[in-house]
Write a protein of this length. Structure first.
Length: 169
């Protein structure tokens, strides 16, 4: 059956059609989740949550032609949520165990990053804490790769200034 027809059926509420689409794209979805989360357990959890979200929200897709785009967006959102939960959990554990690094450099860096704009903070986080490539960041933030590069350059320049003599006022 043609993909568009299958997508229309899925959007109309045919669970078998949606299941068939998800099964066809299963390996692609897993690869995306794994590249985002860098861990098999979290990736499988993301796929499970993603499948549940798809069944719950499929009716919100407006055009059948964009079903695959919608599916990937949902998957990325689920991966992002899992990553946020994982970070909060790890931070709580570090604080509870007393292993949270409280040294001057860590505090200075956190303070400097907090002085960046929210978009710059997100870029720094995605690039250096999540180890995403510029292309992946561009996809995640819905901007061009060139924009990612220029914004990262600007953010790093501002961080350098904040760490220099001039920024320590």
């Amino acid at each position: 059956m043609e993909q568009i027809e299958l997508a229309k059926k899925a959007i109309a509420g045919d669970e078998t059609a949606l299941l068939q689409i998800l099964k066809q794209e299963e390996s692609t979805h897993y690869r995306i989740a794994f590249s985002y989360l860098k861990n098999e357990h979290d990736s499988l959890e993301a796929i499970q949550e993603f499948t549940f979200c798809c069944f719950r929200k499929i009716h919100t897709v407006k055009q059948a032609e964009f079903l695959n785009t919608w599916l990937i967006r949902v998957l990325l959102n689920v991966c992002s949520d899992i990553q946020k939960k994982k970070r909060r959990y790890e931070l709580r554990n570090d604080v509870a165990e007393g292993t949270f690094q409280n040294d001057d450099n860590h505090l200075e860096l956190s303070e400097a990053i907090s002085k960046l704009t929210p978009k710059q903070q997100q870029l720094i986080y995605l690039k250096y804490y999540c180890d995403l490539k510029n292309k992946e960041i561009a996809k995640e933030m819905h901007i061009s790769e060139g924009t990612v590069k220029s914004r990262l350059h600007t953010a790093l320049k501002k961080l350098r200034f904040l760490f220099s003599e001039g920024g320590q006022s």
